[in-house]
Design a protein around this ligand. Structure first.
Ligand code: NAD
Ligand code: UGA
Length: 463
């Protein structure tokens, strides 16, 4: 069997690497219109950082996994084509700022229709609005002489930073298909690929629309939990409650569960916000404005939390950060990824630069180019007010404050005693991830501001 995946991004690359790894008899070709990305996939510097990914790619690349820019050739040869292209929020036109931009999905469908000379199963892996399979099916049938396509929905639930683990041991694999004999056959062909390593009871099948909608709803529920605990974090700060203690207490209720209750500076990533906005746009479209507003409030709460964090930095640093150096540790939207899309660090750094602070950023995996691109032009004389550092000690040198914005494990073990010595006094530490040992830091002399807990300040640290 030959598979082709259109889109060599955060989903296409790792997902296809796993299929190739688990199914040596299947030939998998991942194609992309971006030549640089394909060159990177064929090199030792993969464009995606994921723990364990490189080892798997190295094992199967050139054996039964191939990365290529020959989109048409690979699609033409394939029995099954996965569509893994981006579905960002529309920037202009009808639905701007809310609806999913489906131009890449449509372009992919048109390529498949144009070059297919044999019947194919087309698998939507991109996250799309419900009923997109209908549009893809219509484009395929209207433009192809063959006319034998089955469109399946197979949304991806992996999270960045844990992609390999999530792919190896998924909670479930969801496949939606047309309820017909041909549809059932196509669903079974795809299911039998996953069944090589995923227990059958975890492979669930539904109709197309349930599958498409489930993906949006899963992300909306996850994001809603983060916004809920972040809303609670604000209440904890003014009441003396501790958000971690509250999360533990409620999480032990098996109906609530312990996961996704970590209060933070806000959620980021390319999908939560985009998918909720998309879901709420769909609700508006189908005449359900109340439902749309309900989901939008999850995004509003997240925006509020990000703003609240940067306002706190300014307020606590005697109402001005102008000319003050703030060391920002972490720029990725979560640990173990080099992805910065919608990272809360972008909003916080932009806010600080606008206030006139000198922002010194260190992230273990995000490149200088990406950080500069995200913050381009914000600080006026950008070259002076933004500094991208190669280490944490470089960032904190001469700083007034440290802000922890990503929960990288290495930040726990940093020499904060040394940092104290090279920082201006009193040194502030804003822990946007509740990552560090706050008791220890306050003893060193930091004024510590966690999320969802009262600040920790010893008298002498004020001098
Ligand atoms: P990405 O931007 O990393 O990758 C998409 C790739 O598609 C790009 O490299 C782009 O050049 C390529 N592309 C666009 N048009 C193409 C075409 N016609 N032919 C070939 N390649 C083309 O995006 P991503 O993060 O991998 O997300 C892809 C989809 O998966 C989105 O719908 C997203 O919502 C969904 N998703 C993402 C994640 C995640 O963790 N990032 C998880 C689950 C689902
Ligand atoms: C999320 C979902 O978890 C995946 O199932 C889904 O496939 C993916 O979106 C997608 O559709 O793209 P991802 O965004 O990669 O995955 O990472 P998450 O672990 O969900 O974290 C998202 C954001 O929420 C991060 O900024 C993270 O720091 C934040 N978060 C998460 C919290 O602030 N607190 C938590 O308790 C959990």
């Amino acid at each position: 069997m030959k598979l082709c995946c259109m889109g060599a991004g955060y989903v296409g690359g790792p997902t296809m690497a796993m299929i190739a790894y688990k199914c040596p008899d299947i030939q998998v070709t991942v194609v992309d219109v971006n030549e640089e990305k394909i060159a990177a996939w064929n090199s030792d510097e993969l464009p995606v950082y994921e723990p364990g990914l490189f080892e798997i790619v190295k094992d199967v690349r050139g054996v039964n996994l191939f990365f290529s820019t020959d989109v048409e050739g690979a699609v033409a040869e394939a029995d099954m084509v996965f569509v893994c292209v981006g579905t960002p929020t529309k920037k202009k036109g009808v639905g701007a700022g809310q609806a999913a931009d489906l131009q890449y999905v449509e372009a992919a469908a048109r390529v498949i229709a144009r070059v297919s000379k044999t019947p194919k199963i087309v698998v939507e892996k991109s996250t799309i609005p419900v009923r997109t399979a209908e549009a893809i099916g219509t484009i395929l049938k209207a433009n192809s002489g063959v006319g034998k396509f089955q469109v399946l929905s197979n949304p991806e639930f992996l999270a960045e930073g844990t992609a390999i683990r999530d792919l190896l041991e998924p909670d479930r694999v969801l496949i939606g298909g047309e309820r017909s004999r041909e549809g059932d056959v196509a669903v079974e062909r795809l299911a039998s690929i996953y069944a090589r390593w995923v227990p059958r009871e975890k492979i669930i099948t539904t109709n197309l629309w349930s599958s498409e909608l489930s993906k949006l709803v899963a992300n909306a529920f996850l994001a809603q939990r983060v916004s809920s605990i972040n809303a609670v974090s604000a209440l904890c700060e003014v009441t003396g409650a501790d958000v971690d203690e509250v999360a533990r207490a409620i999480g032990m209720d098996s109906r609530i569960g312990p996961k996704f209750l970590r209060a933070s500076v806000g959620f980021g990533g390319s999908c939560f916000q985009k998918d909720i906005l998309n879901l709420s746009y769909l609700c508006e479209h189908f005449g359900l404005p109340m439902v749309a507003r309900y989901w939008q409030s999850v995004v509003h709460m997240n925006d509020w939390q990000k703003n609240r964090f940067r306002h706190k930095i300014v307020r606590e640093m005697f109402n001005t950060v102008a000319g003050k150096r703030v060391a920002v540790l972490g720029f990725a939207f979560k640990k173990d990824t080099n992805d910065t899309r919608e990272s809360p660090a972008i909003d916080v750094c932009r806010g600080l630069l606008e206030e006139g602070a000198v922002v010194a950023v260190y992230d273990p995996k995000v490149s200088r180019e990406v950080i500069v691109r995200e913050l381009d032009g914000v600080g006026g004389e950008r070259d002076l007010s933004l500094e991208v550092c190669g280490s944490a000690i470089e960032a904190v040198q001469g700083a007034h404050a440290i802000a922890i914005l990503t929960e990288w494990d290495e930040f726990r073990g940093l020499p904060y005693e040394e940092f104290y010595k090279v920082m201006l006094k009193p040194p502030f530490l804003f822990d946007g991830r509740n990552l560090l040992d706050h008791e220890r830091l306050v003893k060193i002399g930091f004024r510590v501001y966690p999320i969802g807990k009262p600040p920790l300040i010893l008298e002498q640290s004020a001098n």
